[in-house]
Structures are given as structure tokens and as C-alpha cells.
Design a protein around this ligand. Structure first.
Ligand code: FES
Length: 169
């Protein structure tokens, strides 16, 4: 791993943005990587702007490595103002471009971010017209959902990403 890459990740980790639950989120996505055991959840809130339904705010929680956290922090900023369809067109490498070239062992970390956003945004992107957001009860935290029995109604849907990278080193 290059010192340059590590220093960028360390800098991003020193002041991560958009961490934590987003109250009244319109969309939530959670993914896990079975190889490294890391998990990431994102919350997305939309707003109407110029007749389009665009991302107003997004946040994340992670049981993940520094690279995943740094990439998620960058991604939450990059998707602001985009429609779900536009954000879905973005790839993990785009979210992490400010970190510089990723070592091969860290490519899957950005895929975790992409996967969580895909889980959250795909249902929204498939809607033909904007849906009004209604107040909802705050969703459980990532830790809450881990403590629920898997069969409990309303539990989190964790999607394990396909093997796209190498295991945590
Ligand atoms: Fe698994 Fe980074 S997300 S090591």
C-alpha cells in the first residue's frame, strides 16, 4: 500500500463527514462483504428541485475498514443534488477518486459503498414519478438490527456482495 494512498485515507478519516443515522430517511441500504466481514449502511433523503427528485442528504454507518469509511464519506457528498438514477450510474472508483489509485486489496472497499447505495437507491430509481416523503419512525441503528433475531419482522436486509475483491489483509 502506497504511503500516498494511506496518507489520503488517514486525512479523510481524521474528519469523516456524513456519519450517523439520518432521521426520516427516504431510502436505506445495507450491504456486507462476506470475505472481510465489513458492513455498511446508508441513509438517503430526497427533496424536490426543479421538478426533479434529487438527493438532499445522505449519511452512513460502517463496521468497516478505513478505506470504506473514507470512500463513504466522499460518496455522501458526491451524490448530493443527483437523482437516484444519476447516483446509481456512479461507480465505487468515482466515490474514492480523491483517495488516489486504490491498491488491489482495497478496491472492494469502494464496492461496499456502491453496493449500499445501490440497495438504497435502486427501488427509488425504478419509480416512474417522485413519491412524496412521509414522516416515518426512525429506523433502527445498524447495531440494533444486528441484535435482532434474523426472523424478526422488520429486521434489516443485509445483502452480501459478490466476491469482487480480495479478502481483508
Ligand atoms: Fe473490507 Fe475494506 S471493506 S477491507
Amino acid at each position: 500500500m502506497s504511503d500516498d494512498f494511506q496518507s489520503r485515507v488517514t486525512a479523510a478519516m481524521a474528519n469523516p463527514q456524513h456519519m450517523g443515522e439520518l432521521p426520516n430517511a427516504d431510502a436505506i441500504g445495507t450491504v456486507g462483504n462476506a470475505d472481510c466481514g465489513d458492513m455498511l449502511r446508508v441513509w438517503v433523503k430526497f427533496k424536490e428541485e426543479g421538478g426533479r427528485k434529487v438527493i438532499d442528504r445522505a449519511s452512513f454507518q460502517s463496521f468497516g475498514c478505513e478505506t470504506a469509511i473514507a470512500a463513504a464519506s466522499l460518496a455522501m457528498e458526491l451524490i448530493k443534488g443527483k437523482t437516484a438514477t444519476e447516483a446509481l450510474a456512479m461507480r465505487g472508483e468515482e466515490f474514492a477518486k480523491d483517495l488516489g489509485p486504490l491498491p488491489p486489496t482495497k478496491v472492494h472497499c469502494t464496492s461496499l459503498v456502491e453496493g449500499a447505495l445501490r440497495e438504497a437507491l435502486a427501488p427509488v430509481g425504478a419509480q416512474p414519478s417522485p413519491a412524496p416523503s412521509a414522516p416515518t419512525a426512525p429506523p433502527p441503528s445498524l447495531m440494533d438490527t444486528f441484535n435482532q433475531p434474523a426472523e424478526k419482522k422488520g429486521g434489516v436486509k443485509v445483502v452480501f456482495l459478490k466476491q469482487i475483491g480480495r479478502a481483508h489483509v
